[in-house]
Design a protein around this ligand. Structure first.
Ligand SMILES: C[S@@+](CC[C@H](N)C(=O)[O-])C[C@H]1O[C@@H](n2cnc3c(N)ncnc32)[C@H](O)[C@@H]1O
Length: 247
């Protein structure tokens, strides 16, 4: 059983100007708010065409919560895990003098992202809950889940397989969504994304689909074939993949 004490008290956010919307979202009372990613057209594919009715879902990294509230609309009871203020990202360890310029602004954006989640939460009269904590060490109080969703988050995390492992212990179905890199296909590999030149402080990895299907098989999950789909970032189409694993 989960213990409700670990979940965050909702933030009272009333002004869209205090928010950063990662997702384009249509909110009751506000209309359509444009965000960086518009997942509306490709939502079912993004979520692996999984049926959410009656499912308890663990969502890693909700951002502004578009997926949270869509899964909830489909009948899921959603618990999301999000970064804390103290550990606001797994920053790639570039030299301190280079990171300094991004850390301050990042703290502000991350608070605005959480504000967007809570403003949307209120607009939807959502019952979804958030645990701000360590994604590498889930507390037992989170409880057990039918489904764990890792949407476009593992590429940003230093130890993605630890997160998959943790989710695999808590849920009997896993959904992994990430960017599709055709040049990596055919082998179970991931590639380090940051270089000294690109200053990619927020993103660690490019994955092949086999990297995850093999690891899920190692953990005893059977997997669907990776489904590729197009999603839109500021109007430009990108190809992503979704893998669903079940045990
Ligand atoms: C790129 S957004 C993806 C949002 C959403 N899951 C989706 O698929 O559209 C990444 C999300 O993961 C969260 N995140 C990044 N690193 C994390 C970490 N180490 N632990 C927990 N959440 C993290 C971010 O704060 C953000 O909410």
């Amino acid at each position: 059983m989960s213990n409700d004490k670990i979940f965050a008290a909702p933030l009272n956010v009333e002004d869209v100007a205090d928010c950063y919307f990662y997702h384009t979202m249509e909110l009751p009372g506000y209309g359509v708010i444009n965000g960086d990613w518009d997942l509306r057209r490709g939502l079912d594919d993004y979520l692996g065409n999984v049926v959410f009715a009656g499912q308890r879902v663990l969502e890693i990294g909700p951002a502004s919560g578009f997926l949270t509230f869509e899964m909830e609309k489909r009948g899921a009871d959603v618990v999301s895990v999000e970064v804390t203020t103290d550990h606001s990202w797994d920053f790639v360890p570039y030299p301190a003098f280079r990171l300094e310029e991004v850390l301050g602004p990042r703290q502000i954006v991350m608070q605005q992202l959480k504000n967007a989640y809570w403003l949307s939460h209120a607009a939807h009269h959502s019952k979804a809950r958030v645990y701000y904590g360590d994604v590498y060490n889930f507390p037992a109080a989170l409880g057990e889940f039918d489904v764990a969703l890792m949407g476009s988050v593992l590429l940003h995390c230093r130890d993605p397989l630890r997160i998959v492992e943790q989710c695999g212990k808590k849920a009997r179905s896993l959904i992994i969504i990430d960017m599709f890199h055709p040049d990596l296909e055919g082998a179970s590999i991931c590639r380090l994304a940051p270089t000294p030149q690109n200053f990619l402080w927020h993103t660690w990895w490019h994955f092949s689909t086999q990297f995850f299907t093999q690891f899920l098989a190692v953990m005893g999950f059977t997997t669907s074939e990776a489904l590729s789909h197009q999603q839109y970032h500021r109007g430009k189409a990108y190809t992503l993949f979704t893998i669903v694993g079940q045990r």
